[in-house]
Design a binder for this molecule. Structure first.
Ligand SMILES: C=C(CC[C@@H](C)[C@H]1CC[C@H]2C3=CC[C@H]4[C@H](C)[C@@H](O)CC[C@]4(C)[C@H]3CC[C@]12C)C(C)C
Ligand SMILES: C[S@@+](CC[C@H](N)C(=O)[O-])C[C@H]1O[C@@H](n2cnc3c(N)ncnc32)[C@H](O)[C@@H]1O
Length: 326
């Protein structure tokens, strides 16, 4: 896969420019972060996924999220179990129409359709991911159950009351205002149906007066296209504000769950080897110029994410289960 690394929908010669534009967003504006101007966020997130999608697939697989480590099980199995848990909570029948909010290249969608028998419709803002997800769905023989739509989850191209369930896995953290995406999910769900989300948040251990904590959070935001990490305290409040009834909320990273960040730490040597491979491929003109910078940014963010896990100030799996009242 390394020789096929691309810049997603960006032409090869525009990858460096795309990276420079992305990184300059984090150098301006209040708090040194131009992501504060929320109307620019979806386009920037789109560029981010043009830059990282091939690298993610190469080094992580088709599911772009974390999961607690399960002793004796492979990363692939632990990932699938985390995905299946989401659809189990939705309590949907085979054949139900379920929405995947921010579907990436569709790893979760395929696992969920195969496990539950639901028909899944995924939405992503990134055209290149749509192309990849459709190709993977076809290859897995799941294209009759899995549909992929390119669009903005802040303004979804779906009718009111048209889904029997919805989930989002580590995706709504890209929304500048969580109420906008939650409001849209509420609108498209049928009354009585459930929505589950795995949210990226700071935990009760985060102290905004501690410079080390602030640095870790900034590092995570910068390397993961986040307009600003939310506190775990905000999630249920926002869900309630848009009309949901909150059924359950918990940080799935808490013990007895095993650390989700072990996989990142164990991969360090392989990631540095990847950096050498990317540098050589780019130097030979096989990988686009700019990919080395993108890969370097991911190396740095991997360390910040692991520090977020070690200190316990951050979790990528704050689970919230909500219901749209009858
Ligand atoms: C939910 C989001 C993405 C979460 C993770 C899937 C990704 C976060 C950081 C990514 C990675 C970091 C290091 C890369 C490594 C340097 C490279 O050689 C191979 C790919 C990585 C392991 C890459 C894989 C995906 C992540 C773990 C965010 C964006 C909201
Ligand atoms: C980290 S990926 C997670 C993908 C998928 N849930 C998974 O676990 O594999 C985040 C996803 O959210 C999507 N996304 C972010 N902002 C979006 C927006 N405004 N509208 C639609 N999709 C968006 C990205 O395109 C990407 O597919």
């Amino acid at each position: 896969m390394a020789v096929q690394l691309s810049g997603g929908s960006l032409p090869k010669e525009k990858v460096q420019e795309g990276y420079d534009r992305y990184s300059s967003f984090f150098e301006r504006g209040p708090n040194g972060n131009e992501m504060d101007s929320s109307d620019k966020v979806p386009a920037l997130v789109d560029t981010f996924y043009d830059l990282v999608t091939d690298i993610y697939e190469w080094g992580w697989g088709q599911s772009f999220h974390f999961s607690p480590r399960i002793p004796g099980k492979s990363n692939r199995d632990a990932t699938r179990i985390h995905e299946e848990m989401a659809v189990n909570l939705l309590n949907v029948e085979p054949g139900a129409r379920v929405l995947d909010v921010g579907c990436g290249v569709g790893g979760p969608m395929r696992a969920i359709a195969a496990h539950s028998g639901a028909n899944v419709v995924g939405i992503t803002i990134n055209e290149y991911q749509v192309e990849r997800a459709r190709a993977h769905n076809k290859k897995a023989g799941l294209d009759s159950m899995c549909e992929v739509v390119c669009g903005n989850f802040l303004k979804m191209p779906f009718d009111d009351n048209s889904f029997e369930g919805a989930y989002s896995i580590e995706a709504t953290c890209h929304a500048p205002k969580l109420e906008e995406v939650y409001g849209e999910i509420f609108r498209v769900l049928k009354p009585g149906s459930f929505y589950v989300s795995y949210e990226w948040v700071t935990t009760e251990l985060y102290n905004s007066d501690d410079p080390e904590h602030v640095e870790i959070v900034r590092g995570i935001e910068r390397g993961d296209a986040l307009p600003g990490l939310r506190s775990y305290k905000d999630i249920a409040k926002i869900a309630t504000k848009v009309g949901f009834e909150v059924i359950k909320e918990s940080n799935l990273a808490k013990p007895p769950a095993e650390p989700w960040w072990t996989r990142l730490k164990m991969g360090r040597i392989a990631y540095w080897r990847n950096h050498v491979v990317v540098t050589i491929l780019s130097w030979l003109g096989i990988a686009p110029k700019g990919v080395v910078d993108v890969h370097g940014m991911l190396l740095v963010t991997a360390d910040y994410l692991a520090k977020g896990g070690d200190t316990g100030i951050f979790t990528p799996m704050h689970m919230i289960l909500c219901r749209k009242p009858e």
